[in-house]
Design a protein around this ligand. Structure first.
Ligand code: ECB
Length: 135
């Protein structure tokens, strides 16, 4: 059975986020703000149709997709690019490839020991974020 990510998760730890943002050409001032944000992930999961909301006081981002169906993703309010995104299951992990201007771009989500993990990759930069369940 597929992993159930449903619920609200708050960011606890972020490793290498700034390098990931640099790889996406995010400017200095925006990087400084972004790195200090309290982020919340909201997962709404209905079978293989999933909405992920990334919420913060600075900006919000929302993505809805069906696993296995490629889509155009406009990363509005983030790096404002258009990529071809495809999310698939790799075992218990939800894996997204984001084909476009930036090589080797994508993310992976999984749960381990009750924590939600997010690995964000762009070119040779990898950021790991860890979230805990919000009461
Ligand atoms: C929306 C909260 C973060 C706001 C950061 C603002 C500006 C930084 C500009 C570009 C940064 C690129 C990515 C930010 C990293 C996290 C936001 C969502 C990343 C993402 O692709 O999440 C996936 C997986 O959970 C679902 O969309």
């Amino acid at each position: 059975m597929a992993t159930d990510f449903s619920g609200n998760w708050e960011l606890e730890r972020s490793d290498n986020f700034e390098d990931y943002l640099k790889a996406l050409n995010i400017d200095f001032a925006t990087r400084k703000i972004a790195c200090h944000l309290h982020q919340t992930k909201v997962f709404i999961q209905d079978g293989d149709t999933i909405t992920i909301k990334t919420l913060s006081t600075f900006r919000n981002y929302e993505l809805t997709f069906t696993v296995g169906m490629e889509m155009d993703e406009h990363t509005k309010g983030l790096d404002n690019r258009v990529v071809k995104s495809l999310v698939t299951w790799q075992g218990d992990r939800l894996v997204c490839t984001q084909k476009g201007e930036k090589a080797n771009r994508g993310w992976k989500h999984w749960i381990d020991d009750g924590k939600l993990y997010l690995e964000l990759t762009c070119e040779d930069k990898v950021c790991i974020q860890v979230f805990k369940r919000k009461e």
